[in-house]
Design a protein around this ligand. Structure first.
Ligand code: ASP
Length: 288
């Protein structure tokens, strides 16, 4: 395959199409997926990312995002930032240099402001209505009520693999909570010699197995993208059930350096894929 793009959830379809068009023109995989994710961040009808994202326990929207370049292994990330248009664009810009690549909270916001990143109040009327309706039921809400992360992986025509992520995290999360999404090795990982991986689902579970790096490690040891995605998720799912009696939802997408893809999930899940031989389309796994 000359190029390929793989993304989490059906909300990524238009972004996948856009990223694939850029890859076709010869664009770098990192720049192509940042464009794809920004489209998802800008769409208020997607309720778990960027504009219109799910509010935290105080009715405010805080964003996490990450980016990794599989050639250099450089990454950039932001955690718990408020009032900016695109977490992934800020994360992308932080990949330069050997230090200060992962910024959170006030420091990340100051950096974004100083570097001219676009500001935006991400709390929409619809998100606020939902918050007002649910805020007194906080104790009853299950950990998985109303969240999803947009993750994009891409292979470009030069053989570079990149990964990027963006989310508003768990609905009604505690102020200061950061999920797996900005954590390299956990929410995403990319190594152009092997493959790229990214996760969505309950961040605290995904952290327990460093899921993205786990899959890439398995591919280094010879597994295909599909074997690695399934093995990483099912092993962690089994360990968590053995130790804690249950495992929360988690899904993993994996793209190999040959453009083939793999999906591992313990819940029903949708994803988007496009390549030089396949039009962008939504795919689905339905579990009971
Ligand atoms: N992984 C995200 C988080 O825990 C949420 C999600 O992907 O559904 O913040």
């Amino acid at each position: 395959m000359k190029y390929a793009v793989l993304a989490t959830w059906k909300m990524a379809l238009e972004g996948t199409r856009k990223a694939a068009a850029l890859l076709k023109e010869g664009e770098h995989s990192g720049r192509a997926i940042v464009e794809g994710i920004t489209m998802v961040e800008d769409e208020p009808s997607f309720h778990s990312v960027g504009f219109g994202g799910r509010p935290n326990a105080e009715g405010r929207v805080f964003l996490d995002g990450g980016y990794m370049d599989g050639d250099t292994l450089h990454f950039g990330a932001v955690g718990s930032i408020e009032n900016f248009r695109s977490a992934v664009r800020i994360a992308y810009s932080l990949q330069e240099g050997d230090a200060n690549n992962f910024l959170v909270g006030e420091g990340a916001e100051r950096y974004a402001e100083e570097h001219g990143f676009e500001k935006r109040d991400n709390v929409t009327e619809e998100a606020m209505e939902l918050y007002m309706k649910e805020k007194d039921r906080l104790q009853e809400l299950s950990a998985y009520d109303g969240h999803d992360t947009v993750c994009f992986l891409a292979l470009d025509q030069n053989g570079t693999l990149c990964a990027a992520t963006s989310t508003s995290g768990l609905f009604m999360k505690q102020p200061g909570r950061v999920g797996d999404t900005p954590l390299p090795g956990v929410g995403y990982y990319a190594d152009s010699k092997v493959g790229a991986a990214a996760a969505t689902g309950m961040g605290e579970e995904i952290m327990k197995g460093a899921l993205s790096y786990a899959a890439i490690r398995m591919m280094k040891d010879g597994m295909s993208a599909q074997e690695a995605a399934e093995t990483a998720v099912f092993e962690l799912d089994r360990e968590l059930k053995e130790r804690n009696g249950h495992a929360n939802p988690m899904s993993l997408i994996v793209l190999a350096k040959d453009g083939s893809c793999g999906i591992g999930t313990n819940v029903s899940f949708t994803w988007c894929y496009a390549s030089d031989t396949e039009e962008a389309a939504v795919h689905e796994i339905t579990l009971p």
